[in-house]
Design a protein. Sequence first.
Length: 276
Amino acid sequence: MGAYLRPRGLEEALQALTRPFTVLAGGTDFYPARVGRAVTEDILDIAGIATLRGISETETGWRLGATTTWSELVEAPLPPLFDGLKQAAREVGGRQIQNSGTIAGNICNASPAADGVPALLALDAEVELASRDGTRRLPLASFITGVRKTARQPGELVVALHVPRPKHAARSAFLKLGARRYLVISIAMASTLVEVEDGKVSAARVAVGACSPVAQRLPLLEQALIGASFDATLGERVEPSHLAPLSPIDDIRGSAAYRGDVSLVLLRRLLAKVSA
Protein backbone atom coordinates (compact mmCIF):
# COMPACT_ATOMS: atom_id res chain seq x y z
CA MET A 1 0.00 0.00 0.00
CA GLY A 2 1.12 3.55 -0.73
CA ALA A 3 0.96 6.52 1.63
CA TYR A 4 -2.41 8.17 2.33
CA LEU A 5 -2.78 11.81 3.41
CA ARG A 6 -6.05 13.68 4.06
CA PRO A 7 -5.16 17.31 4.83
CA ARG A 8 -7.66 19.75 6.36
CA GLY A 9 -6.11 22.89 4.92
CA LEU A 10 -4.97 24.02 1.47
CA GLU A 11 -1.46 24.95 2.61
CA GLU A 12 -0.96 21.45 4.02
CA ALA A 13 -2.05 19.96 0.68
CA LEU A 14 0.27 22.21 -1.33
CA GLN A 15 3.15 21.35 0.98
CA ALA A 16 2.48 17.65 0.41
CA LEU A 17 2.59 18.20 -3.35
CA THR A 18 6.26 19.11 -3.18
CA ARG A 19 6.62 15.37 -3.79
CA PRO A 20 4.54 13.22 -6.17
CA PHE A 21 1.03 12.30 -5.04
CA THR A 22 -2.08 11.11 -6.84
CA VAL A 23 -4.72 13.71 -5.96
CA LEU A 24 -8.10 12.26 -5.03
CA ALA A 25 -11.46 13.77 -4.12
CA GLY A 26 -14.51 11.61 -4.88
CA GLY A 27 -12.49 8.74 -6.33
CA THR A 28 -15.32 7.68 -8.63
CA ASP A 29 -12.93 7.02 -11.53
CA PHE A 30 -9.88 6.07 -9.48
CA TYR A 31 -11.20 3.16 -7.44
CA PRO A 32 -13.20 1.33 -10.17
CA ALA A 33 -10.03 1.23 -12.28
CA ARG A 34 -8.25 -0.63 -9.47
CA VAL A 35 -10.75 -3.30 -8.52
CA GLY A 36 -9.00 -6.52 -7.60
CA ARG A 37 -5.58 -5.06 -6.94
CA ALA A 38 -3.86 -3.12 -4.19
CA VAL A 39 -3.64 0.65 -4.35
CA THR A 40 0.09 1.25 -4.53
CA GLU A 41 0.01 4.97 -5.36
CA ASP A 42 0.64 7.65 -2.74
CA ILE A 43 -2.78 9.30 -2.28
CA LEU A 44 -3.52 12.91 -1.37
CA ASP A 45 -7.23 13.02 -0.49
CA ILE A 46 -8.40 16.65 -0.68
CA ALA A 47 -12.07 15.98 0.10
CA GLY A 48 -11.64 17.27 3.66
CA ILE A 49 -10.49 20.78 2.67
CA ALA A 50 -13.52 22.97 3.34
CA THR A 51 -12.28 25.95 1.29
CA LEU A 52 -12.31 23.84 -1.88
CA ARG A 53 -16.04 23.14 -1.66
CA GLY A 54 -19.11 25.21 -2.49
CA ILE A 55 -20.40 27.71 -5.03
CA SER A 56 -20.26 31.47 -4.52
CA GLU A 57 -21.16 34.54 -6.56
CA THR A 58 -18.44 37.11 -7.20
CA GLU A 59 -18.36 40.58 -8.78
CA THR A 60 -17.46 39.10 -12.15
CA GLY A 61 -19.37 35.80 -12.07
CA TRP A 62 -19.36 32.59 -10.05
CA ARG A 63 -16.74 30.48 -8.33
CA LEU A 64 -17.24 26.69 -8.31
CA GLY A 65 -15.06 25.07 -5.67
CA ALA A 66 -13.01 22.16 -6.96
CA THR A 67 -14.52 19.50 -4.67
CA THR A 68 -18.13 20.63 -5.11
CA THR A 69 -20.09 17.49 -5.99
CA TRP A 70 -22.49 17.15 -8.88
CA SER A 71 -25.40 16.72 -6.47
CA GLU A 72 -24.47 19.96 -4.72
CA LEU A 73 -24.35 21.73 -8.07
CA VAL A 74 -27.79 20.45 -9.06
CA GLU A 75 -29.29 21.64 -5.78
CA ALA A 76 -27.61 25.07 -5.80
CA PRO A 77 -29.78 28.15 -6.54
CA LEU A 78 -28.21 29.29 -9.80
CA PRO A 79 -29.50 31.38 -12.75
CA PRO A 80 -30.69 29.84 -16.05
CA LEU A 81 -27.26 30.06 -17.68
CA PHE A 82 -26.31 27.08 -15.46
CA ASP A 83 -29.22 24.90 -16.65
CA GLY A 84 -27.02 23.09 -19.17
CA LEU A 85 -24.40 22.26 -16.55
CA LYS A 86 -27.12 21.02 -14.19
CA GLN A 87 -28.56 18.83 -16.95
CA ALA A 88 -25.07 17.41 -17.54
CA ALA A 89 -24.64 16.85 -13.79
CA ARG A 90 -27.70 14.60 -13.76
CA GLU A 91 -26.03 12.42 -16.41
CA VAL A 92 -22.79 11.81 -14.47
CA GLY A 93 -23.27 8.17 -13.53
CA GLY A 94 -25.96 7.34 -10.98
CA ARG A 95 -27.01 9.22 -7.86
CA GLN A 96 -24.24 7.65 -5.76
CA ILE A 97 -21.64 8.87 -8.25
CA GLN A 98 -23.20 12.34 -8.31
CA ASN A 99 -23.04 12.46 -4.50
CA SER A 100 -19.29 11.73 -4.50
CA GLY A 101 -17.91 12.81 -7.88
CA THR A 102 -16.54 16.34 -8.05
CA ILE A 103 -16.44 19.05 -10.70
CA ALA A 104 -12.65 19.27 -10.70
CA GLY A 105 -12.29 15.49 -10.75
CA ASN A 106 -14.33 15.38 -13.96
CA ILE A 107 -12.01 17.78 -15.77
CA CYS A 108 -8.77 16.44 -14.28
CA ASN A 109 -9.66 12.90 -15.35
CA ALA A 110 -9.74 14.37 -18.88
CA SER A 111 -11.89 11.70 -20.49
CA PRO A 112 -13.11 12.58 -24.01
CA ALA A 113 -16.58 11.57 -22.79
CA ALA A 114 -16.57 13.59 -19.54
CA ASP A 115 -20.16 14.83 -19.24
CA GLY A 116 -19.30 18.09 -17.50
CA VAL A 117 -16.75 19.38 -19.98
CA PRO A 118 -18.96 20.53 -22.92
CA ALA A 119 -21.26 22.42 -20.54
CA LEU A 120 -18.30 24.06 -18.80
CA LEU A 121 -16.81 25.01 -22.17
CA ALA A 122 -20.13 26.60 -23.13
CA LEU A 123 -19.97 28.57 -19.86
CA ASP A 124 -16.48 29.81 -20.87
CA ALA A 125 -15.11 28.43 -17.60
CA GLU A 126 -11.59 29.11 -16.38
CA VAL A 127 -9.56 26.75 -14.20
CA GLU A 128 -7.78 28.13 -11.13
CA LEU A 129 -4.65 26.28 -10.04
CA ALA A 130 -2.67 26.86 -6.86
CA SER A 131 0.86 25.91 -5.86
CA ARG A 132 3.29 27.07 -3.21
CA ASP A 133 4.49 29.67 -5.75
CA GLY A 134 1.04 31.26 -6.17
CA THR A 135 -2.05 30.84 -8.34
CA ARG A 136 -2.81 31.01 -12.03
CA ARG A 137 -5.86 30.72 -14.25
CA LEU A 138 -6.29 29.34 -17.72
CA PRO A 139 -9.29 28.62 -19.95
CA LEU A 140 -10.72 25.12 -19.64
CA ALA A 141 -10.05 24.66 -23.37
CA SER A 142 -6.34 25.13 -22.63
CA PHE A 143 -6.37 23.04 -19.44
CA ILE A 144 -7.43 19.74 -21.05
CA THR A 145 -4.72 18.98 -23.59
CA GLY A 146 -5.55 15.42 -24.69
CA VAL A 147 -6.94 12.07 -23.63
CA ARG A 148 -6.24 11.84 -19.88
CA LYS A 149 -3.85 14.81 -20.18
CA THR A 150 -4.05 18.25 -18.61
CA ALA A 151 -1.89 21.34 -18.21
CA ARG A 152 -1.63 20.86 -14.43
CA GLN A 153 2.03 21.04 -13.45
CA PRO A 154 3.79 19.09 -10.64
CA GLY A 155 3.00 20.78 -7.35
CA GLU A 156 -0.24 22.33 -8.61
CA LEU A 157 -3.76 21.68 -7.40
CA VAL A 158 -7.02 22.68 -9.09
CA VAL A 159 -8.83 24.77 -6.49
CA ALA A 160 -11.81 26.20 -8.42
CA LEU A 161 -13.52 26.87 -11.71
CA HIS A 162 -14.67 30.39 -12.55
CA VAL A 163 -17.67 31.21 -14.74
CA PRO A 164 -17.91 34.79 -16.05
CA ARG A 165 -21.14 36.77 -15.90
CA PRO A 166 -22.63 37.16 -19.41
CA LYS A 167 -23.38 40.62 -20.79
CA HIS A 168 -27.00 39.80 -21.61
CA ALA A 169 -29.69 37.39 -20.43
CA ALA A 170 -28.45 33.87 -21.09
CA ARG A 171 -29.84 30.37 -21.28
CA SER A 172 -28.07 27.05 -21.68
CA ALA A 173 -28.87 23.41 -22.39
CA PHE A 174 -27.20 19.98 -22.65
CA LEU A 175 -28.05 16.83 -24.58
CA LYS A 176 -26.40 13.41 -24.50
CA LEU A 177 -26.83 10.25 -26.55
CA GLY A 178 -25.93 6.88 -25.10
CA ALA A 179 -26.90 3.28 -25.67
CA ARG A 180 -29.49 3.62 -22.90
CA ARG A 181 -30.98 6.38 -20.76
CA TYR A 182 -28.84 6.25 -17.61
CA LEU A 183 -25.44 5.05 -16.38
CA VAL A 184 -23.84 5.06 -19.80
CA ILE A 185 -20.79 6.57 -21.50
CA SER A 186 -21.70 9.06 -24.21
CA ILE A 187 -21.75 8.26 -27.89
CA ALA A 188 -21.99 12.01 -28.43
CA MET A 189 -23.08 15.01 -26.37
CA ALA A 190 -23.43 18.73 -26.83
CA SER A 191 -24.00 21.85 -24.78
CA THR A 192 -24.73 25.48 -25.61
CA LEU A 193 -25.09 28.84 -23.96
CA VAL A 194 -26.93 31.60 -25.81
CA GLU A 195 -27.10 35.26 -24.84
CA VAL A 196 -30.18 37.13 -26.02
CA GLU A 197 -30.86 40.83 -26.57
CA ASP A 198 -34.12 42.18 -28.06
CA GLY A 199 -35.16 38.70 -29.16
CA LYS A 200 -31.94 38.09 -31.10
CA VAL A 201 -28.85 36.00 -30.33
CA SER A 202 -26.11 38.39 -29.25
CA ALA A 203 -23.53 35.72 -28.38
CA ALA A 204 -23.36 31.93 -28.46
CA ARG A 205 -21.04 29.16 -27.36
CA VAL A 206 -21.48 25.57 -28.50
CA ALA A 207 -19.37 22.55 -27.52
CA VAL A 208 -19.47 18.86 -28.50
CA GLY A 209 -17.98 16.01 -26.48
CA ALA A 210 -17.13 12.33 -27.13
CA CYS A 211 -16.40 13.16 -30.79
CA SER A 212 -12.74 14.22 -30.44
CA PRO A 213 -9.82 13.51 -28.09
CA VAL A 214 -10.91 16.70 -26.29
CA ALA A 215 -14.37 18.28 -26.30
CA GLN A 216 -14.48 20.99 -28.96
CA ARG A 217 -16.13 24.39 -29.35
CA LEU A 218 -17.67 25.03 -32.79
CA PRO A 219 -16.72 28.63 -33.72
CA LEU A 220 -18.31 28.58 -37.19
CA LEU A 221 -21.66 27.60 -35.72
CA GLU A 222 -21.31 30.12 -32.92
CA GLN A 223 -20.75 32.86 -35.48
CA ALA A 224 -23.68 31.69 -37.60
CA LEU A 225 -26.04 31.99 -34.64
CA ILE A 226 -25.28 35.64 -33.90
CA GLY A 227 -28.17 37.85 -34.99
CA ALA A 228 -30.58 34.93 -35.40
CA SER A 229 -34.06 35.12 -33.93
CA PHE A 230 -34.20 33.37 -30.58
CA ASP A 231 -37.05 31.00 -31.44
CA ALA A 232 -37.78 27.42 -32.50
CA THR A 233 -36.02 27.95 -35.86
CA LEU A 234 -32.63 28.39 -34.21
CA GLY A 235 -31.64 24.75 -34.78
CA GLU A 236 -32.16 25.12 -38.51
CA ARG A 237 -28.98 27.19 -38.68
CA VAL A 238 -26.76 24.15 -38.02
CA GLU A 239 -24.92 22.92 -41.13
CA PRO A 240 -22.61 19.90 -41.55
CA SER A 241 -19.69 22.27 -42.26
CA HIS A 242 -20.02 23.67 -38.74
CA LEU A 243 -18.78 20.33 -37.35
CA ALA A 244 -15.32 20.67 -38.94
CA PRO A 245 -13.38 20.78 -35.60
CA LEU A 246 -14.67 17.32 -34.64
CA SER A 247 -12.66 14.14 -35.23
CA PRO A 248 -14.83 11.20 -34.13
CA ILE A 249 -13.50 7.66 -33.97
CA ASP A 250 -14.87 4.16 -34.41
CA ASP A 251 -15.26 2.29 -31.13
CA ILE A 252 -17.57 -0.15 -29.38
CA ARG A 253 -20.20 2.56 -28.81
CA GLY A 254 -20.47 3.79 -32.39
CA SER A 255 -18.70 4.44 -35.67
CA ALA A 256 -17.12 7.74 -36.64
CA ALA A 257 -19.73 8.23 -39.37
CA TYR A 258 -22.56 7.59 -36.92
CA ARG A 259 -21.09 10.05 -34.43
CA GLY A 260 -20.90 12.69 -37.15
CA ASP A 261 -24.54 12.18 -38.11
CA VAL A 262 -25.67 12.10 -34.49
CA SER A 263 -23.80 15.30 -33.64
CA LEU A 264 -25.68 17.19 -36.34
CA VAL A 265 -29.03 15.96 -35.03
CA LEU A 266 -28.07 16.63 -31.40
CA LEU A 267 -27.05 20.20 -32.18
CA ARG A 268 -30.27 20.96 -34.00
CA ARG A 269 -32.31 19.51 -31.13
CA LEU A 270 -30.15 21.28 -28.57
CA LEU A 271 -30.70 24.72 -30.09
CA ALA A 272 -34.40 24.07 -30.42
CA LYS A 273 -34.42 23.06 -26.75
CA VAL A 274 -32.57 26.13 -25.47
CA SER A 275 -34.86 28.48 -27.39
CA ALA A 276 -38.10 26.76 -26.36
